[in-house]
Structure formats: C-alpha cells, structure tokens
Write a protein that binds this ligand. Structure first.
Ligand SMILES: NC(=O)c1ccc[n+]([C@@H]2O[C@H](COP(=O)([O-])OP(=O)(O)OC[C@H]3O[C@@H](n4cnc5c(N)ncnc54)[C@H](O)[C@@H]3O)[C@@H](O)[C@H]2O)c1
Length: 263
C-alpha cells in the first residue's frame, strides 16, 4: 500500500544536527527511509551522533556554520555531487541555553547587544542562509519541503518567573528570533506557493532533558496537561510535516506544548 508518510529516496538536511532534538528528527527521517545530512559547527558532537546511529550509511555529517554562506555553499556542492538533489530542509540550529544545574549566565549578557546580534545572526540570518542555499535544488526541480523549528516562544512571551530562582532571564533575542521564524515561514510559503515548495514551522514547548527540577516544577503548573513534552512526541509530527501526508499545508505553525499557549 502507498505510504503518504514515506520519505524513500528523499534527501534531507538537518541543521544543528549534533544537538538534542536533532536525534529525534534523524530518527523520524531515517525511519521513513530518507537519506539524512547533518550540519553542525561541532564536528566532535556530530561524530558522536553518527556513532549513536551505528554509522548508518544513510546518515552523513558535515561540519558547517550556518552563519557562513561560503561554508553552506561548499556543503551544498558536496551534497549535490553525491545525491544530485535536496528535498527536505529542517532548520533546527539555534542559540539557546540549557536550563540545568550547571547553568551560569550573567544577567548582563542576556540584554547585551553583542549577544543579541549573535543570536539574530544564528537563529534568523543563519536560517535564511540555509533557505537561500538549499532551496536552489528545490526550485530547480519545483519540489521541496522546509521545516523551521521554532518554539512555544514563537507565539507567547516567556514567563520569567520560571527562571527567577536561577537568577537569569530568557533572552529577548530568543523570543524575537522565534517570532521572526514564523514570519519567515509565512513569507516563503507565499513566495514559493507556486514553486512546489512548502514551508511550515514546528513549535515545541520545553522538552524533558534533565532540566533543573525547580524549573520543571514551576513549568508543569503552567501547562494544562501538567507535564513537559517528551522528545519522541515530536517524531511523527516531523514525519507528517516533511512528507506528502501534509501536502495541502504551508505557512503554518504547529504548536506542540501540552496546551500551555491556550491557558
Ligand atoms: N530542547 C527544547 O526543549 C526545545 C524547545 C523548543 C524549541 N526548541 C528548538 O529546537 C531546536 C533544537 O533545540 P535543541 O534543544 O536540540 O538545541 P541544542 O542546543 O541541543 O542544539 C543546537 C545545535 O545547533 C548547533 N549550532 C548552533 N549554532 C550553529 C551554527 N552557527 N552553525 C551550525 N550549527 C550550529 C549547535 O552546535 C548544537 O549542536 C532549536 O531551534 C531550539 O530553539 C528546543
């Protein structure tokens, strides 16, 4: 029977491929038989991820910085040489801090303009760079799917009480860039609606990952479902948004937050 979720013979790029959620995106795509290409600035972590998947032949890694167009062009050339095309782009890389016991961020850094510029450079300009470079193959063959990984903070403001015991603020740059990603999603969805390219966003709330316990207890009280998300709960949504199963969907923001944003 024909499977509309199948990604057989599809070539997919995941940015921030060495990070926490990338492992779920990888599983989602490999399970549906795509060829997966990971890009990350951290080669050591990329190698660890590749090992984790048993150095699967359908998984390739490239060290690259999404803020550097030249680095992306180089990877694009190598991918096209090897696979002839690109079908899927998951813009997952971002600057964000992990809320764990070791967290130590100076308050001044969060509202500091240098940091703001750095975050915009990665989260927005870096994403735009990837769209510009990796859409070339999609535009040529008039088909492709782009998925921008945003956050519940793409539609709500941060509740700074969640971080007050750690004496930190969620940076303004995170909120602004995640809201901005939704604008970018809608922009390209309309621009390329007649070019065979669909572009959507996925906005998870905080996903369980050994966060600070006080943070977790405070957060659960803000969520109607009274729990954080689990990484594996993202997998099928990625499969849906990257496959033909979502063929009539573009410019949308799928929110996965246990209902937090509706309370
Ligand atoms: N983890 C969560 O709970 C959660 C919740 C909501 C949204 N998100 C979003 O999901 C995405 C992934 O989150 P995560 O928790 O896996 O983050 P992570 O920090 O674990 O991974 C991000 C990866 O991006 C890479 N990266 C950063 N800058 C880069 C650059 N310039 N070029 C190439 N690679 C670069 C990092 O090296 C890292 O491996 C992010 O966009 C994040 O904002 C995460």
């Amino acid at each position: 029977m024909y499977d509309r979720f199948s990604l057989k013979d599809k070539v997919a790029i995941i940015t921030g491929g060495a990070g926490f959620l990338a492992k779920i995106h990888i599983r989602a795509l490999l399970e549906k038989k795509a060829k997966v290409i990971l890009i990350d600035k951290n080669l050591k972590s990329l190698k660890k991820v590749s090992n984790l998947f048993g150095n699967n032949k359908s998984l390739n890694i490239y060290k690259g910085d999404i803020t550097n167009l030249k680095s992306l062009e180089k990877i694009n050339n190598l991918v096209i040489k090897k696979h002839k095309k690109i079908d899927i782009l998951i813009n997952n890389a971002a600057n964000d801090f992990k809320i764990n016991k070791k967290i130590k961020i100076k308050q001044e850094k969060i509202l500091n303009i240098k940091n703001w510029k750095k975050d915009l450079e990665v989260n927005l300009t870096g994403t735009l760079n990837c769209i510009i470079v990796f859409s070339k193959s999609m535009l040529k063959k008039k088909s492709g799917v782009i998925l921008n990984i945003a956050s519940d903070l793409s539609i709500i403001g941060p509740d700074q009480r969640l971080y007050s015991h750690l004496k930190i603020l969620k940076p303004v740059s995170y909120s602004v860039t995640k809201h901005g990603l939704i604008g970018m999603t809608k922009y390209f969805a309309t621009l390329w609606s007649d070019k065979g390219i669909r572009i959507n966003a996925l906005s998870p709330g905080a996903i369980e990952n050994n966060q600070d316990i006080t943070f977790k207890n405070k957060l659960k009280k803000l969520i109607p479902m009274k729990r954080m998300g689990k990484a594996e709960e993202i997998k099928e949504i990625v499969q849906f948004l990257c496959s033909e199963a979502s063929s009539y969907m573009t410019g949308q923001n799928v929110v996965l937050d246990g209902g937090r944003s509706i309370w």
